[in-house]
Design a protein around this ligand. Structure first.
Ligand code: P6P
Length: 346
């Protein structure tokens, strides 16, 4: 049988999770169940996002739709459904979300004793939905460090990115994909709407060492550190031997910009700017999960001076400068940042 994704034997997300459970001899299936429910929530959110353009029919956020339901902003809708799906697993004891100032505790019986905590940006780039630009969900999973059976606390979330047990994103684009890692490589699954399953479409993703794409919001150029400005000029030099000038590609949706560069090779940069002197992107649920995936695919991620995964978080919604992509391009950038004795935060 042939479906939209290909012919049998299709490997669905659930089949893959079960197959790879062997990677963790001591695993009892808790992480597998968590990942399965992430896939379920992703399908629910995907269905809603695909209809987002039908505001006239569905109503805009704040309206009451024809069923008499309050129409939620899609990022609140996504937040609600991912929290509900994770609560249902009883495998997670708390969630940190970009949408909520404080952590959400799951303190009912089984969940209170669960060994994982979950960080997420439920719908990153949601301002792009109105103009039909792809958006994404980004997530990161840690083992709790607080005592099981007691309520989770901030210490469970303020762990360095190296402690992540899994990380991933869903990109709601021309097709909907779920890309994740558990530290044994990166695999991508494309949602096949004809069977309602995420099917393995990108096995063991490896990012090219060198790419020809640089992604940055050039509108902030005046406030970039000198080393970033030098690197941008480096990208724009005409030098056929090094296949420069590179191409500038910037969607303004982290998951979309990162996913394209991951597959094709490239570098994404969000330096300090006048509006965001400490960087704009969030360490816990944007930079750490993306950095984990990048490194697992052979790429690198830093704040310009430190490996992202090594940064000890100080607060739940902490922002950092973020540079991520092909290792050779990251090395070139960091050379310029070092040359300039760049003053951006160490
Ligand atoms: P700017 C979207 O709002 C987001 O958080 C990321 O998805 C994206 O990479 C970045 O902000 C874009 O920021 O300032 O260039 O619009």
């Amino acid at each position: 049988m042939t479906t939209a994704t290909g012919t049998y034997p299709l490997v669905t997300l659930n089949e893959f999770i079960i197959q790879r459970q062997g990677d963790f001899p001591y695993a009892k299936g808790e992480l597998s169940r968590l990942l399965h429910h992430v896939g379920v929530a992703a399908k629910v959110v995907n269905e809603k996002i695909n209809k987002a353009g039908l505001v006239d029919i569905l109503g805009a956020a704040g309206d009451v739709n024809v069923q008499g339901e309050d129409v939620q902003k899609l990022d609140l809708f996504a937040n609600h459904h991912f929290i509900a799906a994770l609560r249902a697993t009883s495998e997670c004891c708390a969630i940190a979300s970009e949408e909520d100032q404080e952590i959400t505790l799951f303190d009912d019986g089984l969940s209170r004793d669960a060994k994982y905590v979950f960080c997420m940006d439920p719908l990153d780039g949601s301002s792009n939905i109105d103009v039909n630009v792809s958006v994404g969900t980004i997530f990161s999973i840690y083992r709790r460090i607080s005592e099981r059976g007691s309520p989770a606390d901030l210490s469970d979330f303020l762990q360095p990115g190296t402690h992540q047990v899994a990380a991933g994103y869903i990109i709601y684009g021309s097709s909907t994909m779920l890309v994740y890692t558990t530290g044994k490589g990166v695999n991508g699954f494309t949602l096949d709407p004809s069977i309602g399953e995420f099917c393995l479409s990108h096995r063991d993703i490896r990012t090219p060492r060198q790419g020809r794409i640089y992604s940055i919001n050039e509108g902030n150029y005046a406030h970039f550190p000198a080393g970033v400005k030098q690197y941008m000029k480096h990208c724009q030099v005409v030098d056929p031997d090094t296949r420069r000038p590179y191409s500038s590609r910037y969607i303004g949706s982290l998951v979309s910009d990162f996913h394209r560069n991951l597959l094709k090779g490239g570098i994404f940069m969000y330096p300090p700017t006048q509006k965001a002197p400490g960087g704009k992107l969030r360490l816990l649920y944007e930079c750490n999960p993306v950095a984990f995936i990048a490194e697992q695919a052979g790429g690198r991620a830093s704040d310009g001076h430190r490996r992202i995964l090594d940064i000890p978080p100080e607060s739940l919604h902490q922002r950092v400068p973020f540079y991520v992509g092909s290792p050779d391009m990251m090395e070139d950038l960091e050379g310029f940042l070092a040359q300039e004795g760049d003053p951006s935060p160490a």
